[in-house]
Design a protein around this ligand. Structure first.
Ligand code: AMP
Length: 397
């Protein structure tokens, strides 16, 4: 593979796989452009070098071929604003129009291709389809960390059609990988992983892998109650995966054997129903009254977790501490976001990743006070599970 920053793109057509899978409202306005902005430095470096750019992405999950709803043409006006240049659009990602428009590109020009997932071949990782895409550019740049865990035509299969010096990661992808590596393989200790969210079953592999590396693992959110029940607590009608009680016990045992401190919330904010207008109270997390459920970590737990976070040098945060979408149950997640920001200000390296924790740091205004906010949800999770991501492996091969 080639190093993006060292490569001169002068007179080259760079085919960039970006992740422009952004949320749109019913007027096709972009409601969060983080992913598009994330790719801008990569695009600008290529244009500045005197190269041209062909952008390809998926948007949403179209089922039966082209539909207006999932057309990438809706992104053109905003992309033009961000890049401060005109953006051409091809109504099909392969075929005559795409070939002609790509061939006609002059240095400094940008072409956006229509949604890759209008072809089933994309997700199937079809080789012939990947080859057609590959022919559009001289050099392949993968800047789509959000889809790096998929072995799709445009994210992985396509790389084989470019020689090693003509395939590389973009700047966003490089940042993502460097940040993840800093946490996973070069962490300064103490290293605290904060894992939250709804389900234990989604997070077993990441916890197992982190048990090899972290000094402290904080478990919050709905998944904490399966652990609390497994340890003999009364959790009322809190979220619980009864088929994972043994797993939870095993994870606790492994943590003890490895000397990793596992922190569960000492108390909880409890509710009599899962609703924004529920009656709320607080209780020890292992003595929640029948008919009540834990929907956030309590005040003591927040303080307990904050102390652990404050003495950490490396922090990974994936998943909220409670139902932060509801005002009554967002104090815990907000408190943890603040603690991560404070630890960062004192010199810790903090990485926040996974859809909901990213939404939380954005919502509470801490996104620019942590070291890195990842654009990858599933991809980041798989990276921390210790898996090799096809999008990364294909470039390095
Ligand atoms: P995940 O996608 O697994 O990271 O889970 C995120 C979701 O978990 C968010 O929508 C939260 O509202 C939800 N969640 C967090 N804490 C709880 C809880 N104590 N009970 C039920 N749901 C929760």
């Amino acid at each position: 593979m080639s190093q993006f920053s060292d490569h001169s793109f002068a007179n080259e057509k760079a085919l960039i796989r970006v992740d422009f899978n952004v949320p749109l409202n019913d007027k096709f306005e972009i409601t969060d452009d983080t992913r598009i902005r994330g790719a801008v430095p990569t695009i600008q470096k290529i244009l500045k070098d005197g190269g041209s750019v062909i952008l390809m992405s998926h948007l949403g999950r179209p089922k039966d071929g082209p539909t207006d709803k999932y057309s990438l043409k809706h992104l053109v006006p905003h992309l033009q604003e961000l890049l401060e240049t005109q953006v051409e659009f091809a109504n099909d990602c392969i075929g005559d129009e795409a070939v002609q428009k790509a061939a006609a590109l002059k240095p400094g020009q940008v072409l956006l291709l229509e949604n890759l997932r209008f072809y089933k071949e994309e997700e199937k990782g079809d080789k012939a389809f990947a080859q057609k895409l590959a022919k559009l550019g001289d050099v392949y740049v993968n800047d789509a960390f959000g889809t790096a865990h998929r072995a799709h035509a445009s994210t992985a299969v396509i790389a084989q059609f470019f020689t090693k010096d003509k395939r590389m990661f973009g700047l966003l992808m490089e940042n993502e990988i460097n940040s993840a590596e800093k946490v996973l393989h070069q962490s300064q200790k103490p290293f605290t992983a904060i894992i939250g969210g709804a389900k234990v079953s989604d997070k077993i592999l990441i916890i197992e892998n982190l048990l090899e590396r972290a000094t402290d693992i904080i478990i919050g959110g709905g998944m904490a109650y399966t652990f609390l029940k497994a340890l003999g607590g009364n959790i009322g009608k809190s979220l619980c995966e009864d088929d994972r009680l043994d797993t939870a016990r095993e994870l606790c045992k492994k943590a003890e054997e490895k000397g990793v401190r596992l922190h569960l919330p000492s108390d909880s904010i409890i509710a009599d129903k899962f609703a924004a207008d529920a009656n709320d109270s607080s209780a020890p997390s292992n003595a929640i009254p029948d008919g009540w459920m834990g929907l956030d970590i309590g005040e003591n737990a927040c303080e307990q977790f904050t102390n652990v976070i404050h003495r950490s040098k490396t922090i990974l945060w994936n998943g909220p501490m409670g139902v932060f979408e509801m005002v009554k149950f967002q104090r815990g997640t907000r408190g943890i976001a603040r603690a991560v920001a404070e630890a960062t200000a004192k010199g810790a390296f903090s990485l926040v990743g996974g859809g909901d924790s990213v939404a939380a740091v954005n919502q509470f205004g801490y996104a620019d006070q942590v070291s890195y906010v990842s654009t990858g949800g599933g991809a980041l999770l798989e990276y921390f599970e210790g898996k090799e991501l096809p999008g990364i492996a294909a470039i390095k091969a």
